[in-house]
Structures are given as C-alpha cells and as structure tokens.
Design a protein around this ligand. Structure first.
Ligand code: AMP
Ligand code: MG
Length: 420
C-alpha cells in the first residue's frame, strides 16, 4: 500500500488524495446509504428469526374458556368439603369430558364428571379433584380430600386478555414468540425480514474445499466464513461460491445475484494488483477507498440497482474483520436495529501490543479470567492478515485506537467478543 497516512496526533487534514478514510467515516457512509428493509407478510415458520413489524394482540382471551388444570373429577366443592382418608365422599360419575369436547356439559350437586386436562369446565362445577385424590372410579368415585372453590380451574383470560397486545413491534421471533403468535391464532405476520446476503469470493487461485488444488492454488475459505458470519448477524447467508478474476464475469455474477439479494459481499480483487477484477468491474458504480485500519485497508462500497454491495479485501482475516466492522452494522441497520459491534466490552491486556500509528488496529485475542475475576485478553498468536490460525483460535477482537502505537500490559482496552 503506498502513500502517506496521518501520523499519530497529526494536525490538519493531509491532501485529500493521500488521506486515508477513517473507519468511522467509511462506516458512516455505509450506514447512511443502506436501506431499511420493507416489512413483508410471512407464514409463521418462515418468519422465524425475523423482527416483528406490527403489534400483535389477542382476538380472544387465553385460555378462551374456564378449563381443568388436571385429570380428575369436576365437582361441586361443597359436596366434598368433609372428604378425608378416613371418611371418603362417594359421588356418582355421570360421564366424561375431554379436551376438545365441543358440547356443553353440566352437573348438579351430588354428581360429578370425570374431566381431562384442558377440557371445558362443566356448568355447575366449581372445583376439580385430581385423580390422585380418588380411587379413579368410572361409575362412582371415592374422594379422599376436599378442595376449595376454584381448585385446579384455569380461568378464561388468566394468561392473556382479549385485545391485549401480546407482542410489540421490533421483537425478534424466536421459538416462544412463534408459539405466542400461533396461540392467538395467527397464521401469518408482518415482519422485517432478515437480510438475504449473497457471498461471492473472487480469485483465479481459488478451489472448492474437497477438490485437489494444483500448485499455486488454495481452497476458498472466505465465502464459507462470511456466509457463517452473515448467519451470526441475524442475516441469511447465501454462499454463491468463487469467481475467477474476470471483470466482466464478476459484473455479470453480481447482476445475476441481485434478484435474490438484499446485500452482496465479495472478497478479493480490490487492492492494487494488476488483476483486481472486482475493482475493475465496479469502478464508477462503487466507491473504492483505503480505510485507516489494519487489517482491511482496501474497501469498496456502493449500491448496485439499490442493493448494497460490500467489496472486502481477499486476505481472510481482513475479510472477516471488515465484515465485523462494516457489514454487520449495516445488516443490523437494514433491520432497524442499532448498528452495534458484536459483544463490545473491555478487558485488561496481559501483554504489550504494538500497533501502527494512524490506523485503527483490530487484533485477534483470547479472553481469560484475570486476577480478581476481571476479564483479561491476550493476543492470539500471529497477527498477519492471511493467518487464519489466530483468528480460528480467537474469541475476541482487540480494538486499538488510531492514536496509539504501543499499549502496555495492564492497560484496559476495548474488545469485541466474537460469536461462540
Ligand atoms: P486479493 O485481495 O484478491 O489480492 O487477495 C489477497 C490474498 O487473499 C491473496 O493471497 C489471496 O489468495 C487470498 N484470498 C483471496 N480470496 C480468498 C478466499 N476466498 N479464500 C482464501 N484466501 C483468499
Ligand atoms: Mg485476488
């Protein structure tokens, strides 16, 4: 990478052509450009993981009717008031009422009905005696314990009242929320969908894992890693595989993917090489810049027919860090969520780190529990932008600000916890 960059503590803006863009400037451009995804109507299971875009209220109370909380006998409580082990009360059983019975049942004092959990309470009954307190009789039943009025009855509306809002807009539809929607009778809901993100890698050297690379070739790792990173950022990752370094093919592939993409990520082909196909294919459509960060300096971003395109550098660690710094916040913003970094916090450095002045540095780190239970972080091995070993072993990124060149052991630093 050529050209000077602003030194630590430098004053005055360097000439525009030479000045690197700051991370914050590049992120601000991205967040200012990405669209908020329009709500769509989805069937419940398709809506899993999406954000609710409407308030949902209960059309009827839950439970909808008084029903039994136990398998047992529906009785008039005063009939069993004197029941005990020594002096049981025996009542004639005049029938059964089961969950799903749609007819209306009733009893008079002196009688009882066998009742199952979830069955509507018969008119006239005001308590349920669990089967464990009886001899289980079907013609008549011996009851050995009394029960107060209301015993083991689940009242209509005691869970949710008619008209009550059960889910507010913005809530993420996980399993319990899907259950709630179904419980109030909803088959479809309006949601802000999870962004579908197509991931394409580029490079003549790339081969599919599982195939045999020739000398000079490597397996494509970026597209798998970033598809996973999309899924970890509440998006839907769609891996579209590797392209060769042919600008017209890159452009064609991007145009082809637009139909199914809310955003597209490419890796490779954006730096200063003689065959930077992505840059060649998209110059004029996207903005290609150098951002004052390590790893991840060469970045491209823009909209292609309204769809955000992120062209990340090819070195795997650069691609991953660029994703966390720029793409993840954008995917969150597209869902109307705060564009936060993953798991931001602080930890105490266990060893000194050196960092290039003028660049924001993201090191791969390992968290541990320090003395007094404080969170500690240690750089996770070799920090080159091609070195996947340290990234795969890391559980955090260490963020060193632009103005620092040495951060001593014992200093508290910003960390981002990586999804585990
Ligand atoms: P580039 O940005 O295309 O110049 O690539 C920079 C470095 O990253 C080169 O060493 C590439 O071989 C490597 N690289 C690019 N794309 C991938 C990928 N999908 N998987 C693994 N390594 C890659
Ligand atoms: Mg390349």
């Amino acid at each position: 990478m050529s050209g000077p960059h602003p030194g630590a503590g430098g004053t005055g803006a360097p000439p525009a052509a030479d000045r690197l863009r700051t991370v914050d400037e590049h992120l601000a451009e991205i967040l200012g450009a990405v669209p908020l995804l329009a709500p769509i109507d989805l069937a419940l299971l398709e809506a899993e993981g999406a954000l609710l875009a409407e308030p949902v209220s209960a059309p009827i109370p839950l439970p909808p009717f008084d029903n039994s909380a136990m398998d047992g006998y529906a009785v008039v409580s005063t009939d069993v008031a004197s029941a005990s082990e020594d002096s049981p009360v025996t009542l004639p059983v005049v029938g059964d009422v089961a969950a799903g019975d749609t007819g209306v049942s009733a009893i008079r004092p002196g009688l009882c009905l066998r009742i199952m959990t979830g069955a509507p309470m018969p008119a006239g009954a005001d308590a349920v005696i669990p089967v464990e307190w009886t001899d289980g009789g079907t013609v008549s039943v011996r009851i050995t314990r009394p029960a107060p009025p209301g015993h083991y009855i689940r009242r209509a509306g005691e869970d949710v009242q008619a008209g009550q809002v059960v889910l507010e807009p913005g809530v993420r539809l996980r399993a319990p929320q899907l259950g709630m929607l179904a419980a109030v009778g909803r088959a479809r809901v309006s949601v802000r969908p999870r962004p579908r993100v197509v991931v394409l890698s580029t490079g003549d050297e790339l081969r599919e894992p599982g195939s045999e690379p020739a000398f000079g070739q490597i397996w494509d790792s970026n597209s798998f890693m970033l598809t996973g990173a999309v899924n970890e950022s509440e998006g839907v990752g769609i891996r579209a595989g590797a392209l060769t370094d042919a600008p017209e093919k890159v452009r064609e592939a991007l145009e082809d993917q637009l139909i199914r993409a809310d955003a597209i990520i490419t890796t490779g082909g954006v730096s200063m090489g003689a065959r930077d196909a992505v840059k060649e294919a998209l110059t004029g459509t996207l903005t290609f810049t150098k951002v004052a960060m390590r790893p991840g300096k060469p970045q491209g971003f823009g909209l292609l027919h309204g769809i955000p395109i992120f062209t990340l550098p090819g070195n795997p660690v650069s691609a991953y860090v660029s994703f966390q710094v720029f793409v993840r916040p954008a995917l969150l913003a597209m869902q109307g969520l705060p564009p936060e970094p993953p798991g931001a916090g602080t930890a105490v450095l266990t060893e000194e780190v050196r960092s290039p002045a003028g660049l924001r540095h993201y090191l791969r780190g390992r968290l541990s529990s320090g003395e007094d239970g404080d969170l500690a972080v240690t750089p996770a091995g070799a920090q080159g932008s091609h070195q996947m070993g340290a990234l795969a072993a890391a559980d955090a990124l260490i963020v060193v600000p632009e103005e620092r060149d040495i951060v001593p052991a014992g200093e508290r630093v910003e960390i981002w916890r990586l999804p585990r």
